[in-house]
Ligand binder design. Structure first.
Ligand SMILES: [Zn+2]
Length: 287
């Protein structure tokens, strides 16, 4: 009885933290200077925030997900805490199926969805969430996936997990959270990809997500509210986002702002910005 009530308290504390995180993120997007800088992204992120729902980890270690598949699950975990996405909760969400329908047609997208589901249920391919190793690991976006044929990857329903131990006081970082939410939108826009392009596309995704973080920081500065960011986000995380954005702007010569070309990648390596595991490997080899 006593233990039960403690568990209930812990869960509601996390749920509260998620609600505060959603409110703070919405508040930031409503600041005119931020919204102006983010342009179309502002509406996309606001709509995504309205789909975010808190998820707990049940006693078996699985994420407890709401039945409504179009929600974006957020789970707060501590350093070292395991959690697993159940195969039955791993299929594409309606936004992913919608994107795929636009790309390859409704019928083919429906077949892909059905085959992915049958792969998931026949293999019970549950997916472990990456474990947070320290406070610098602030958050992760992930999903289950399937390789239906060599070099093709299908990504399932995306989730976000925040590191509760990286909170400042009780506050999780909306800047980091909105960066991760941008990754959710990327996964929803392109659920199917080629494994050959995976490493490059990860760079593209990070450049876009850091662009979001940097524009939020710059907008908050313009609104003279940047001191508020330090209430929930470490200064070095803010500096990092601004610096990655600067590296991108200074080295990008393509009209495609987030093109993951060699010039941008070598600039990131030079500045030691390990924004993906592949770039991190290159930095280690160069050093
Ligand atoms: Zn990222």
């Amino acid at each position: 009885m006593y233990i039960d009530s403690i568990n209930t308290n812990i869960m509601s504390k996390n749920e509260q933290a998620t609600n505060v995180l959603i409110d703070k993120s919405l508040g930031i997007l409503q600041i005119p200077e931020v919204s102006h800088r983010l342009g179309d992204y502002n509406d996309q992120l606001t709509r995504a925030l309205n789909r975010v729902t808190h998820s707990n980890v049940n006693t078996d270690g699985f994420l407890e997900l709401r039945a409504e598949a179009d929600t974006i699950p957020v789970v707060i975990r501590s350093i070292g805490e395991y959690a697993v996405l159940h195969a039955r909760d791993s299929a594409m969400n309606p936004h992913q199926i919608g994107s795929l329908s636009t790309q390859i047609g409704f019928e083919k997208a429906t077949v892909a969805d059905r085959k992915f589901r049958s792969y998931l249920s026949s293999t019970a391919a549950h997916k472990a969430l990456p474990v947070f190793e320290d406070r610098k690991d602030m958050a992760v976006k992930g999903s289950n996936w399937w390789l239906p044929e060599p070099r093709t990857i299908v990504k399932g329903r995306p989730y976000v997990s925040m590191n509760g131990d990286a909170a400042i006081g009780a506050s999780l970082s909306p800047v980091v959270f909105l960066h991760e939410l941008m990754h959710v939108l990327q996964t929803e826009a392109n659920p199917v990809g080629s494994t050959d392009e995976l490493a490059r596309n990860k760079v593209r995704g990070e450049l876009e997500a850091y662009h979001i973080a940097a524009q939020i920081i710059l907008g908050m500065e313009e609104a003279d509210r940047h001191h508020e960011l330090l209430e929930h986000t470490p200064r070095d995380e803010l500096d990092r986002a601004l610096d990655i954005e600067l590296v991108r702007i200074n080295s990008q010569d393509s009209s495609d702002h987030f093109e993951p070309n060699d010039k941008v990648v070598s600039a990131l390596v030079r500045k030691q910005h390990a924004i993906t595991s592949e770039i991190s490997d290159i930095i280690r080899k160069v050093a």
